[in-house]
Ligand binder design. Sequence first.
Ligand SMILES: Cc1ncc(COP(=O)(O)O)c(C=O)c1O
Ligand SMILES: Nc1ccccc1C(=O)C[C@H](N)C(=O)O
Length: 425
Amino acid sequence: MHFENSLTFAQNLDAQDALGKYREAFHFPKVNGKQTIYFTGNSLGLQPKNSQGFVDAIMEDWRNLAVEGHFYAEKPWWDYHERLIPSLAKVVGGKPEEVSVMNTLTVNLHMLMVSFYRPTKQRYKILCEEKAFPSDQYMLKSQLKVHGLDPDEALIEVKKPEGKHHWETSDFINAIEQAGDELALVLIGGVNYYNGQVLDMQRITEAGQRVGAKVGWDLAHAAGNVVLNLHDWNVDFAAWCSYKYMNSGPGNASGIFVHERHLNQPDIPRFEGWWGTKKETRFLMAPEFDPTPTADAWQLSNPPVLALAPYLAALELFEEVGMEALIQKRDVITAYLEFILTEIDAQTPGNFEIITPKDRGCQLSVLLHGQGRPLFDYLMKAGVIVDWREPNVIRLAPAPFYCSYEDMFRFGQILKAGILETYGK
Ligand SMILES: Cc1ncc(COP(=O)(O)O)c(C=O)c1O
Ligand SMILES: Nc1ccccc1C(=O)C[C@H](N)C(=O)O
């Protein structure tokens, strides 16, 4: 595609953007009274304007109905979580019965490992990516310790090739084949939080299952950002948070996927609670757990409806727009951002490089050479909200729901001024 580094060119792209009107559907933070250029939808998505009404409705029902709200609110609370499922299942490519919403991401990964990480003397190793998101590292190592295993021996962390900033699919497949029948579980971030790389989840899943391991995915940076076909890829399980690309609100509920072949299995080990029992029998208060035949069997507690309300609001927007349209815009706006970065690099050479490979969602990670921190501070003060990941990376995620092409052009101008001021060349 042909791009130009000019305001009119960017504004023309905005004028043709079928999703352009959705910018108005979100609240943007301001810096010095001016709307920011928001690049951190990969950390915390913006607040959709429709979400306040969904929260207010719960507060009102609680005020007016109190306990009766569980069953008699306009959207009753006791099965409120089910309202999220049809739209969410589409976002992740699962059947509705394979998807549920509960807890938070790290909690759910632990819960799912209880079911799908069943080490034996022979088969006990876990394979993940090197430098996984710290919470994932802590989670995996602590699970190993719970089973009396030594993480130094039992955790395989797949390295990037020497001198490279990203993996090849073969790096994972070779490591999986090498681990062979010692491998119990593959659990990797489907989109890497640091370099923005999208892994070939289908091929890695196949490779893991071929050697007899279970394969799960942490989709924190994938849900709402990339194409997912969890059912067709035969993924065993997955979990994601909803506060990034899904725009559900800070720290909000996580989603899980459990493949249908694991549903309704009487022997599956699981930590259980009353919300995992069948709805029909739940209030009989019977001593025996009677699991729902869906991923809801992993539910523990009655749902935190105040938290689910903005998630439901955000999902209405996904339902309206659809992943296909989002991904179409994502590819163009990310390519435009890449073009702008390349232009600025040509004008002020040698100060940074993009380390995100071509297999990507909307995040571009920019490795700053030399002292990058002053440039980061400059951008933030100028109203460009980016984030900093140690040791020297700025992540830019132009979320297609609400970022504009004009944002990308204006960012380029600010970046250039920032480089001249902080690097001096
Ligand atoms: C890849 C990855 N894993 C785990 C987490 C932790 O999520 P939570 O704090 O919701 O458990 C995050 C983000 O915070 C993440 O990006
Ligand atoms: N929830 C947070 C609270 C505070 C600071 C960061 C986060 C993030 O979500 C970070 C994100 N997982 C990341 O990829 O960096």
